[in-house]
Ligand binder design. Structure first.
Ligand code: SF4
Length: 398
């Protein structure tokens, strides 16, 4: 399927954007992972893929969202973002995931992209603010891919996202990106209510027909103030999502991203292996987006994010304890252990609601992506190669 995807990309994406993607993300991203591996040997862990939630506000109200989107607005200032990216670049990073809330509600998002033409940004968005004008600005910046979330067909989308007519607005955002020749992705948090609608070949065919270049199927994680555990997938469904991804990436002319399985189909946690950590809209440095506890913030050590992260005892304790406990998600499987980690590190609750510890105590242990004996190896040589040599396998679980 690689020639077919390449053909689609060349026909539908601005050549300059393809070059930026190949060089800033593909080539430099690979170098940053190699550097990460070298640093690991010296005992330093600085994630090559930083995920930054730049604002807490959002126009939607999704089920199971852990971000305090209705709390007073907080955003990381342009100056702090600029300093953070500049510092990370000095240590080899070139890729940044941008999350929210809704990132397009941050007034300086495009300015940030333009300030760092040598980096690549993936913007996790609901797509509702992407008009042709915004898409044209993204094209001008050239170094970002919108990853637009679709949570179901019309009825399920409205139910999942707490507003009316959500799907049409989202599809309008996707179409604007495609018209403006951006590399465009669609993400779904697969749960009980959208599984039958979206984990199917027809949906992937629709995405291809629409012009979408890649898809990312996460699995729903019941966390936060209103976790809705009834939406969580069964172990069989999680396995089916994995099997579906492996099949689709082998057969369809569309990229399929996942971050929870290596080339052999062994489960992993990106935060436990140290390849990514998260920064909250309040500037707190957290193990991952759904773990809302921190000891450090981006302003510490004069804004030296490298020093702050590599010296963080919370992050180090989290990685070690999580990797020893499971290859899956410690939050889902062992909330009790996570509570021990944040308690013994004296970590602060980084939510606006200030109930994160009580929420953790109320969580029941459940299945995650770890399903020993049922590993599904990658079928496609490119994904096998990329996962084995560039993205995973850093010895965290040995
Ligand atoms: S702790 Fe769980 S949600 Fe967080 S990165 Fe690991 S697997 Fe993902």
């Amino acid at each position: 399927m690689v020639p077919a995807i390449a053909y689609r990309m060349v026909r539908t994406v601005d050549a300059r954007l393809l070059w930026k993607f190949s060089y800033n993300f593909g080539f430099k991203g690979m170098l940053s992972v190699q550097r990460f591996k070298r640093e690991l040997k010296k005992g330093k862990v600085f994630p090559p893929f930083l995920y930054i939630s730049i604002i807490n506000s959002c126009n939607l109200r999704c089920q199971g969202c852990w971000v305090d989107v209705a709390a007073p607005e907080s955003m990381i200032s342009f100056e702090d973002l600029d300093r953070l990216v500049t510092n990370a670049k000095k240590h080899g990073n070139s890729f940044f995931g941008i999350l929210g809330g809704e990132p397009f509600m941050h007034p300086d998002l495009i300015r940030l992209l333009e300030a760092h033409p040598d980096c690549y940004f993936q913007i996790f968005t609901n797509g509702q603010f992407i008009t042709d004008k915004v898409a044209a600005e993204l094209r001008r910046a050239g170094n970002a891919t919108p990853l637009i979330s679709v949570e179901g067909r019309e009825i399920v989308s409205d139910e999942r996202r707490g507003r009316k007519n959500v799907l049409n607005h989202t599809l309008a955002g996707i179409d604007a990106c495609i018209r403006n020749r951006l590399i465009t992705g669609v993400a779904t948090s697969v749960c009980q209510s959208n599984f039958d609608e979206l984990v199917r070949e027809e949906w992937v065919d629709e995405l291809v027909k629409r012009g979408v270049h890649y898809a990312w199927f996460h699995t729903y994680r019941p966390v936060g103030p209103d976790p809705k555990p009834e939406l969580a997938l069964t172990p069989e469904q999680v396995l089916a999502v994995r099997r579906f991804g492996v099949e689709m990436r082998n057969r369809k002319p569309i990229g399929f991203v996942d971050a929870y399985w290596d080339d052999q189909g062994n489960a992993l946690c990106p935060a436990a292996v140290g390849i990514s950590h998260h920064i909250s809209p309040w500037g707190d440095i957290e193990p991952c987006p759904i773990i809302q506890f921190a000891n450090e913030s981006i302003g510490d050590n004069g804004g030296d994010i490298y020093r702050t992260m590599t010296e963080s005892t919370l992050l180090a304790d989290f990685r070690k304890t999580a990797a020893q406990a499971t290859r899956g998600c410690i939050v889902l499987e062992r909330p009790d252990l996570l509570k021990d980690i944040v308690t013994r590190n004296g970590s602060r609750d980084t939510t606006a609601r200030k109930r994160a510890l009580a929420e953790l105590e109320a969580m029941a242990s459940r299945n995650s992506q770890y399903n020993p004996g049922n590993e599904i190896p990658e079928k496609h040589w490119l994904y096998r190669f990329a996962k084995k040599y560039w993205f995973f396998g850093f010895g965290a679980y040995t």
